[in-house]
Design a protein around this ligand. Sequence first.
Ligand SMILES: Nc1ncnc2c1ncn2[C@@H]1O[C@H](COP(=O)(O)OP(=O)(O)OP(=O)(O)O)[C@@H](O)[C@H]1O
Ligand SMILES: [Mg+2]
Length: 322
Amino acid sequence: MPIIKTDNLIKKFGDFTAVNGLSLEVNQGEIFGLLGPNGAGKSTTLMMLTTLLKPTSGTARVNNFDIVADPDGVRKSIGIVFQDPSSDDTLTGYENLKLHGMLYNMPAELRERRIKEVLELVDLTNRKDDLVKNYSGGMRRRLELGRGLMHHPKIIFLDEPTLGLDPQSRENIWDYIEKLSKEERVSVIITTHYMDEADKLCDRLAIIDKGKIVALDSPTNLKKVVGGDVINLKIKNPDIESIKKLDFVKNINSKDGTLSLSVNNANENISELLAVTGRVESVELHSPTLNDVFLHYTGREIREESAEGGWSERIINYRSKK
Ligand SMILES: Nc1ncnc2c1ncn2[C@@H]1O[C@H](COP(=O)(O)OP(=O)(O)OP(=O)(O)O)[C@@H](O)[C@H]1O
Ligand SMILES: [Mg+2]
């Protein structure tokens, strides 16, 4: 039986549909990801699954409790780490954990034992008596991970767990997430707009865009859909029609003078490709990433909104039927 099952979950804010018919299942013990750009509906989905928002329509069961009919059952089953910092920075790490245990009515002896365990798990034992305001961003995130685990939840929800952290702290948090998944045997639902994070951590993931699932599978299988290799060409005035005629070119996206091609056997075929394109400013070749998967399905890239604001639409999204 899946630990989470959603059926056509919809959330509207006025006329705006933030989550548009989400149906998915999460298996027990899995690290399951919701990957999508800003505004895709990831946090809204999490808010519904954690009973903080009521769905406009549709249903979901979390640990077999209905999110609308039995919110208390859901709440006892889950831990949450919010997108924005939610620990009290005027308290120490220890005091934050103690407060959480008290809110969950944990008996004192059990609570103190559990505080020791989670502090060990997230390596904060020797900083437990420091005020949270003196923690680094990564330490604060670790404390919140630990706090989410205090009451032995079956499922932990992590909303953008490494948002705003430097690369080293992000990798450090990934290690803790993998550790808690193994050692606590907890199912993990994680939202992120970082492709590398989803790729590294998730057993399976749903790519969401504009409130809908565009693809759902393991990172490996998702990348297989793009297939072959990706060649990026920086080129002025490309002759798209001639490139389309090459039978090893499966897909073409173009933007701002860069062509992104999905091709079979890039190494073998690149010279034939360059013979057609003529002079290029630069060539880059790589195996598919989740960014290429997102591009394949939506014609856009997942990345932070540009300084000018808004998502850059691809001017060409050509997919051959070969
Ligand atoms: N309370 C609200 N009232 C109106 N619109 C809302 C509300 N909450 C969210 N939205 C809108 O719903 C959409 C989805 O928001 P949500 O926070 O779920 O996105 P997200 O995928 O978590 O994005 P991010 O990566 O920026 O965290 C956005 O367009 C947002 O502006
Ligand atoms: Mg969000």
